[in-house]
Ligand binder design. Structure first.
Ligand code: PSV
Ligand code: MN
Length: 405
């Protein structure tokens, strides 16, 4: 029997079968905002056919689902997607496109009243408005039967001395405890952190430790959300992930990649090995616990240059590819080499899995899911992009306003 690093071919087949089984249930949520034009603070380059209305975004998300069969839910950003208020007809519209509304993201950063913060604002009236918007978002989530309320705050300060750090922590905790009380039992509150931008001296939810403490103090249904782009370049994200898993506090991910910080590039485009190492920690814990961890896998990217839908499909297949590789790590051999302090072999075991060809395995997964063997190529050939570019360009300007009807 063929052997590599102690693994027999029967053992390899077992790992492969387990990987197929796991990949069949790996679902990745797409973000509505990933289908519309985006840019940087220096400007925005538009793309023909980029989604404008919530219907466009759901149409496009429906395409990603059709070609991957792995993205059945779409995260929404309340003020961007429902600027004139939430119309429940959107629930049925999503269904007609083969998807469902997923995480609800309140927007507590774009309006003028948030200049000095939202739930951390010195002004009690603005703190109340902020909480009210979160409560409205929970109500939308109740109607859409969403499992997640996903919170990110731009709150922070730009200069030393500007604000009372502990006072702001207390205000934020109090507001989120109230929001937590209003959540349905099946809803999880995800608390996202980010070290800088738009605030540059500190952000109130600056790192995973702060998000962890907030979540702990808020209530049992609050967990931490790891946006892979929200870390400094040398940070060891997989270690953060391992700790959060161990504390049962990892609620979800926002996938993207970065060269510098929060660049919102497509996942795995810069450092696929890092995402593999993150998935390796998840798969290790799943093997130990004998079940899949309850984690929201979501994409959060801005495709400024790449065509939107292609970029989304590219990320989804990359996430599947790297997750599949993590499933192939020979955990028994790794445990043995770790026990023997064999550093070289331990690293080689990880690298072998990372370098494994998982195309056959993923082909099998896609066959079982009813997706094309190569989702990206199939989508590129489908003619959908050309069609929407034409159709959406022909709409009168007022029809491009967001909203149903
Ligand atoms: C902030 O940079 C962030 O990562 C949050 O998740 C926001 O909701 C999202 O980006 C907006 O694009
Ligand atoms: Mn994010």
């Amino acid at each position: 029997m063929a052997k590599r690093n102690g693994k027999t071919s029967a053992g390899t087949a077992k790992l492969r079968d387990a990987a197929i089984e796991r990949l069949l249930s790996l679902q990745i949520e797409t973000p509505s905002w990933g289908f519309s034009d985006s840019g940087t603070r220096f400007g925005k380059f538009t793309q023909p056919g980029a989604a404008v209305t919530i219907e466009d975004k759901l149409d496009d998300a429906g395409q990603v689902q059709e070609f991957t069969r792995a993205t059945p839910t779409v995260a929404v950003h309340v003020l961007w997607d429902f600027p004139d208020g939430f119309d429940p007809a959107v629930i049925q519209y999503a269904r007609s496109r083969g998807v469902q509304i997923g995480a609800i993201n309140p927007n507590l950063f774009q309006d003028q009243q948030y200049k000095w913060g939202s739930i951390t604002n010195r002004d009690a009236a603005i703190r109340k408005q902020s909480l009210d918007h979160i409560l409205d978002s929970i109500e939308i989530g109740r109607q859409t039967k969403s499992q997640y309320l996903s919170l990110w705050f731009a709150d922070g300060a730009n200069y030393p001395g500007q604000a009372d750090i502990r006072q702001r922590k207390a205000w934020a905790t109090k507001a989120l405890q109230k929001a937590h009380e209003a959540m349905p039992k099946r809803m999880t509150m995800l608390v996202e952190y980010k070290p800088f931008e738009p605030a540059f001296y500190f952000t109130d939810f600056g790192d995973w430790g702060m998000a962890y403490v907030f979540a702990k103090n808020i209530g049992k249904q609050a967990k931490v959300l790891v946006d892979t782009g929200h870390h400094f370049p040398a940070q060891n994200i997989e270690q953060i992930v391992a700790w959060l898993i161990d504390e049962n506090m990892l609620g979800g991910f926002h996938f993207n990649d970065r060269r510098y910080a929060d660049d919102d590039l497509t996942s795995g485009s810069i450092d696929p090995y890092q995402l593999f190492r993150i998935f390796n920690e998840i798969v290790a814990a799943e093997r130990e616990r004998g079940k899949a961890l309850d984690i929201a896998y979501m994409v959060d990217q801005s495709h400024n240059l790449k065509p939107k839908i292609q970029a989304m499909i590219q990320t989804v297949v990359t996430v599947q590819d790297l997750f599949a590789k993590a499933c192939l790590v020979d955990r028994d051999a790794l445990a043995a080499s770790q026990a023997a302090e064999d550093v070289v072999r331990s690293e080689t075991i990880l690298k072998d899995a990372f370098n494994a060809d998982v195309s056959g395995l993923l082909g099998e997964v896609r066959k079982q899911l009813g997706a094309p063997a190569d989702p990206l190529e199939a989508f590129r050939r489908s003619g959908y992009e050309q069609r929407i570019a034409k159709e959406r360009a022909q709409r009168p300007a007022e029809a491009t306003a967001t909203g149903l009807g």
